[in-house]
Design a protein around this ligand. Structure first.
Ligand code: SF4
Ligand code: FES
Length: 313
């Protein structure tokens, strides 16, 4: 890419930062995992769900960028040249591993697929509220107020706000603990349970087990195999954000993938496992989960289909 669209400019990243309180300050005896009576050194139990305590603040970083740079590129530049203490998680850098889901301008998405041009915006200078207490947003020309915001309007591409993925406990800065989601997925046995057909060699000896399927049967679930367990749908779901009330859309997508697989022989048990108060009954069909799936899965529609399958048994 060349020309004006690729010209270097600046952007400001406003990062919600968090540093957990050191273990030894948390009131346990000497910080030893074995010191607390009855406590497990391997975590779990009530302590797992405890909201982490520590220092929270927001920090602005202004850096030189090209509009097509990703937000991950910007964070790597900050980490290497400005602030090595900034913490975030990533691995593949290409939308394949799902490890870098965060909230960008309040929307859960992947750092490595979000470009500066897509997400940078000029914040509205705070306008005064009207007689009924409402603040008017949009492109009103008569906005007055926040001088810092006014500076950003004239300086570069504007502002991108970053925070950890909603609905999950934060570990440090932009890193969330996604183990609660992975535990829910594991509970639903995300692996094929099938009776294979024994194939034989030309001499009649047992060779391999085959799990036969035609292309039409594959098409029923193939899209769902693209899920990378990134948690974007869970971070978007207002019910999942409530904690243990809902196993979450990612776990239901994992269940749906095997329910729709013609080779799987555990359909009844899989539907039983999600026919619970915290399973399909908790889904309110808000469909916020569909908006940002980086793998193009219409998560809300799949929820709808699996709910229908459970009810129609
Ligand atoms: S369904 Fe999409 S948004 Fe949800 S975990 Fe899988 S890949 Fe991520
Ligand atoms: S770093 Fe792997 S999906 Fe973004």
């Amino acid at each position: 890419m060349s020309g004006m669209d690729d010209a270097p400019t600046t952007v400001t990243l406003r990062v919600n930062r968090f540093t957990p309180r050191p273990e030894r300050d948390r009131g346990s005896r000497g910080g030893s995992p074995f010191a607390k009576k009855g406590g497990s050194p391997f975590g779990g139990g009530a302590s797992r769900n405890r909201r982490p305590r520590g220092k929270q603040w927001t920090q602005d970083y202004t850096l030189s960028v090209r509009p097509q740079d990703t937000v991950l590129d910007c964070l790597l530049t900050i980490k290497r040249t400005i602030d090595p203490t900034l913490a975030f998680r990533y691995s593949c850098g290409h939308g394949m591993c799902g490890s870098d889901a965060v909230s960008i301008n309040g929307t859960p998405t992947l750092l490595c697929t979000a470009t500066v041009a897509q997400w940078a915006r000029h914040p509205n200078p705070l306008s005064p509220t009207d007689d009924e207490g409402f603040r008017h947003t949009g492109d009103g020309a008569d906005n007055k107020g926040d001088p810092e915001a006014s500076d950003m309007q004239t300086d570069g591409l504007g502002l991108i706000e970053l925070a950890p993925l909603p609905g999950f406990p934060v570990q440090r800065d932009l890193i969330s603990d996604i183990d609660p989601m992975l535990d829910q997925i594991r509970k639903l046995k995300p692996y094929l349970q099938a009776d294979g057909v024994l194939a034989t060699t030309s001499e009649g000896k047992a060779d391999v087990f085959e799990y036969l399927q035609n292309p039409q049967q594959l098409a029923k679930y193939e899209m769902l195999t693209n899920c990378i367990a990134c948690g974007v749908c869970e971070g978007s779901c207002p019910v999942f954000a409530g904690g243990d009330a809902f196993i979450g859309p990612a776990a239901l997508i994992a269940a749906s993938r095997f329910v729709n697989d013609s080779r799987d022989t555990a359909t009844a048990a899989r539907l039983d496992a999600i026919d619970t108060q915290d399973g399909v009954a908790a889904c309110q069909s808000v469909r916020a989960c569909s908006r940002q799936c980086p793998r193009g899965i219409d998560v809300g529609e799949e929820m709808w289909q699996i709910v229908a399958k459970v009810k129609e048994r």
